[in-house]
Design a protein around this ligand. Structure first.
Ligand code: ADP
Length: 372
């Protein structure tokens, strides 16, 4: 079977690592021939994943195709699907998720709890909604890793709002940020991974460290699970989905956003769960039974991020020390150049004791620095 991946970043790379367990011919389309996934696939094609002709000709001879990022040419995927190529997730689901305005409207129409919002087409429309503040302003298309998100507390912030089609959504008083990965196969069978809890670095707005399974009261967990399943069933598409949710101070659950693909919040499943999110997506695409999502042990993920003030050839200071830590698994993405804030890898730690996870996560954050 021939399977293509649109995008050759770290997620594509880990998906390819899991493919080694199956009989599958892998193809990657990506503009950068030095990308993390380039040398792990059987066939690499250099090209633009947002261009119709490039995506269409890449996908034409394949049996199935998946994505590692939503910013792809959905029209080409629709044509490929109509011609018999299996697309995971369905292009219709990518279309909904790709644009935050459409995504929010989808939640509203389908009774998925998500914070109230206004659609704003320009900065002046944000200024028309000062009574709606405090809010979070999210660019409709093209935002990624916190870069398309602004917190707007007052008129002063509103004056600096993105001047582009966006959603202005009510700011949630967040107690916890949770992600839940849901798998759905062609038959509509589903499997849920245990929830993960994320701690966000307020400066870079990037995931700081994560623990899984999240420690939640049963009644909150049930809501989280019910919302995640309802959302994926409403998307009506096979594939793997990461549903990011907020739990507010009243323990109410709100969907933040969904990723229709393998996700950073599931990195730890490689070591910490019987079936990883990557293995699960292969099972879905190759028509095998869904895997066991149970956690073998609790896990933490620490991102390895380019240090402030260093740009150039990456040097991993403290790597030897980290590699000596028991049950710490280092994943470097093979990026040669570091930049401040760039995701260069992650470390997964597994242990039965959550205190040990937190302790080691902090230790790793202090030991490991990406400099140049
Ligand atoms: P991205 O897709 O770029 O990661 P998100 O939509 O996940 O952006 O937002 C980034 C962060 O901003 C979230 O992790 C959360 O901390 C904060 N945030 C987003 N939406 C809200 C909201 N409605 N209320 C409060 N905080 C929010």
């Amino acid at each position: 079977m021939k399977v293509g991946i649109l995008g050759g970043g770290q997620l594509g790379r880990m998906l390819l690592q899991a493919a080694a367990n199956y009989t599958v011919e892998t193809h990657v389309l990506e503009n950068d021939e030095h990308c993390p996934a380039a040398h792990l696939c059987h066939h690499f094609t250099k090209g633009d994943i947002t261009d119709f002709d490039t995506v269409y000709s890449f996908g034409k001879g394949l049996d199935a195709i998946t994505i590692e990022i939503e910013a792809v040419n959905v029209d080409a995927l629709e044509k490929l699907q109509a011609e018999g190529v299996k697309v995971y997730p369905h292009p219709s689901a990518i279309r909904i998720i790709k644009n935050k305005v459409v995504q929010k409207e989808f939640y509203k129409t389908n009774g998925i709890p998500s914070s109230d919002f206004k659609v704003t087409n320009s900065k002046s429309e944000v200024l028309d909604h000062l009574d709606f503040l405090p809010a979070v302003h999210k660019i409709g298309e093209g935002g990624y890793d916190g870069k398309g998100v602004q917190i707007i507390n007052d008129q002063f912030d509103a004056d600096k709002a993105f001047d582009a089609p966006s959603v202005l959504e009510k700011k949630v008083r967040i107690k916890k940020e949770i992600a839940m990965i849901v798998a759905m196969n062609d038959k509509g069978e589903t499997a849920l991974f245990p929830a993960s809890e994320m701690m966000v670095n307020p400066v870079l707005n990037l995931l700081d460290y994560q623990v899984s399974p999240a420690i939640l009261q049963d009644k909150v967990l049930w809501v989280v699970e019910a919302v995640a399943i309802k959302l994926v069933k409403a998307l009506n598409s096979p594939g793997l989905f990461a549903v990011e949710m907020f739990i507010d101070e009243k323990d109410e659950v709100w969907v933040n956003e969904t990723a229709p693909r393998v996700h950073n919040s599931g990195h730890h499943t490689i070591e910490a769960n019987y079936c990883s999110q990557y293995d699960m997506l292969w099972r879905i695409m190759l028509q095998y039974p869904l895997g066991n999502t149970d956690a073998i042990l609790p896990a933490a993920i620490v991102n390895i991020i380019g240090a402030e003030g260093f740009s150039g050839n990456a040097v991993y200071e403290g790597l030897d020390e980290v590699l000596k830590i028991e049950n710490a698994f280092v994943h470097l993405y093979g990026k040669t150049i570091t930049k401040p804030g760039r995701k260069m890898g992650h470390v997964t730690i597994i242990h039965k004791d959550y205190q040990d996870l937190t302790h080691k996560a902090n230790k790793i954050k202090n030991l490991l620095r990406v400099i140049s």
